[in-house]
Design a protein around this ligand. Structure first.
Ligand code: ATP
Ligand code: MG
Length: 556
């Protein structure tokens, strides 16, 4: 279980607390997080993880991790491994072994036969089209299948033949016998089992029939002794079926399904299927591309588990739905990193500065705090020398009014160092500014200059004691508030072409030669940046991913 106590109360917690107080609930509270291993987890799953593990934690109960693996064609081991890693990284520990719905295939099959024997299920040979036709609509009742009243023995034999590979995909299905006139379409004799000749990542080729989600889920919950089965609102209409399944078999217990609203975040998408498209169609590099709203992508970008848990606390849990502003997620990571991230200087677009009055063979060691408000984080050293770099963006030849940086004949303080004045602009053959020649004021280390005022503070590094690095400036992946609800276009039309800008040849202070891999840095005046270990290994120089800018400047 995670270290942090849950702060906000949510309606599910209240409901359980109430049941406990009234004695309606006794014994342990057991929840589960049930992902389908058909993609990587995203920020929406983080909400479900925090809720399920959080509830278990609050009531000193247990939370299982169960792979809901009934679609072998779409699932694989890579996804299973990634999901386990992400849950652990968020700081949660599942109870006991990992579970798989496929662990229960034998039991599910047994319960299916039980339903057939009780006259509650039958094998149906309608084609998919016919079945759709028989199903009716929201306004019209369905019609009974001609196979609905076939004798129990016949259904039982056909079901066993299905299992034994006597039929092809789509030839037969097993259906629950409930009510074709039910106003709830989910209750109109839903399919329980279908034929699929597919190798399964857990059970190999043992089965050629696979149970449907609505049959599998309640039984898996019951097999594990789940007390509260928390799921998203689209399953509200499936609850009668969830209860029907458990009411009509000899279920080991009767879990209770409770629905809450999905997390929707603007400027991104929360659907594994759609995220997979971005990977498959090369709009991003991988599932863990730092632009992806996947947990692994956010981790690589520099999001911390704490910030994601805080975010999930901030958005709360309810049935109302709505769309959460991406700014809230960015706020959560800024808040966390502001208090914890070590500070460093990195010049993104270096411009050479020569201090004409500083000896070429001299250097000085300057001591700066790792974090200005956290003295216990210690100190760092940077080197002052004749040749320095500042950012090209911090110099202009014609200073506008209120310009707070460097310009000809203006002075600025170099953060943690001396004040210098720009005396000359040197150009290269093409007319580009190649160098600034400046004079430093030796009387200004840690004190204000006499008789003049510096025009602001800029960050810098020394030439001799800095390391070259590459910078990935990440921005939002989409430039549309709801990229997947554009009726006239495709979500890929809205991929932000500036979601990644690569800067080569930035220079960082020497302390970043071997960067920390546990937390992003705050690059002073620039934002938060996290070392990308995979790219750093490839580039043999540090590569940093921008986690988030210092301030919210989206759309401004
Ligand atoms: P996706 O469309 O991304 O595949 P899903 O709901 O099909 O989503 P599952 O792997 O079945 O994904 O989800 C595991 C659990 O996470 C479920 O209980 C599901 O309800 C929950 N979940 C998925 N997406 C969200 C979301 N956006 N907000 C909150 N919970 C979510
Ligand atoms: Mg799904």
């Amino acid at each position: 279980m995670s270290a942090e106590p849950k702060k906000a109360h949510n309606f599910i917690q209240n409901l359980i607390e109430d049941a406990v107080t009234k004695g309606e609930h006794t014994g342990q509270v057991v929840t589960r997080f049930p992902p389908e291993p058909n993609g990587y987890l995203h920020i929406g799953h983080a909400k479900s993880i925090c809720l399920n593990f959080g509830i278990a934690e609050t009531f000193s109960g247990a939370c299982n991790l169960r792979f809901d693996d009934t679609n072998p064609e779409k699932e694989n081991q890579e996804y299973i491994d990634a999901i386990k890693r992400d849950v652990q990284w968020l700081g949660y520990t599942w109870a006991g072994e990992v579970h798989y719905a496929s662990d229960y295939f034998d039991s599910l099959y047994y319960f299916a036969e039980e339903l057939i024997e009780k006259g509650k299920a039958y094998v149906c040979a309608l084609s998919a089209d016919e079945m759709a036709d028989y199903r009716g609509s929201l306004t019209a009742p369905g019609k009974n299948s001609p196979y609905r009243e076939r004798p129990v023995d016949e259904s039982l034999k056909l079901f066993r033949d299905m299992r034994d590979g006597q039929y092809q995909n789509g030839e037969m299905v097993l259906r629950a016998k409930i009510d074709m006139a039910s106003p709830n379409i989910n209750m109109r004799d839903p399919i329980l089992y279908r034929i699929r000749y597919a190798d399964h990542h857990q059970t190999g080729n043992k089965w050629c029939i696979y149970p449907m989600y609505d049959f599998t889920h309640p039984i898996s919950d019951a097999m594990e002794g789940i007390t509260h089965s928390l799921c998203t609102l689209e399953f509200e209409d499936h609850r009668p079926l969830y209860d029907w399944v458990l009411d009509n078999i000899t279920a080991p217990c009767q879990p209770r399904q409770i629905e809450f609203s999905r997390l929707n975040l603007n400027y991104t998408i929360t659907s594994k299927r759609k995220l997979k498209r971005l990977v498959d169609e090369n709009f991003v590099d991988s599932w863990d591309d730092p632009r992806m709203p996947t947990i692994s992508g956010m981790r690589r970008r520099g999001y911390t588990p704490e910030s994601l848990r805080t975010f999930c606390d901030m958005i709360g849990v309810n049935k109302a739905g709505g769309i959460v502003d991406m700014g809230m997620l960015e706020f959560a990571i800024r808040e966390d990193l502001n208090t914890r991230a070590p500070r460093a200087m990195c010049v993104m677009r270096p411009l050479k500065v020569t201090l004409t009055n500083y000896p070429a063979d001299k250097t000085e060691t300057l001591v700066l705090p790792v974090h200005p408000q956290n003295p216990e984080m210690g100190q760092r050293e940077v080197t002052w020398s004749q040749v320095l770099y500042i950012d090209r963006a911090d110099f202009v030849e014609e200073a506008p009014r209120k310009w707070k940086r460097l310009a000809p004949d203006k002075a600025v303080r170099l953060r943690g160092g001396y004040v210098m004045t720009c005396k000359e602009v040197v150009r290269d053959a093409s007319g580009e500014i190649a160098e600034l020649r400046c004079e430093y004021d030796p009387a200004t280390l840690g004190v204000n200059p006499e008789g003049y005022k510096p025009n602001g503070v800029v960050h810098w590094v020394s030439e001799s004691d800095s390391v070259e690095c590459d910078i990935n400036l990440y921005d939002r992946l989409f430039n549309h508030e709801s990229p997947d609800s554009d009726k006239d276009g495709d979500l890929t039309d809205h991929v932000n072409p500036e979601s990644l800008v690569v800067l080569k040849g930035a220079r960082a202070e020497k302390n970043l030669a071997t960067p920390r891999t546990d937390l992003p840095y705050q690059f002073e005046r620039e934002g938060y940046f996290f070392c990308d270990q995979e790219l750093t290994a490839k580039a043999d120089k540090p590569v940093f991913n921008r986690t988030v800018t210092l301030r919210d400047s989206w759309g401004k």
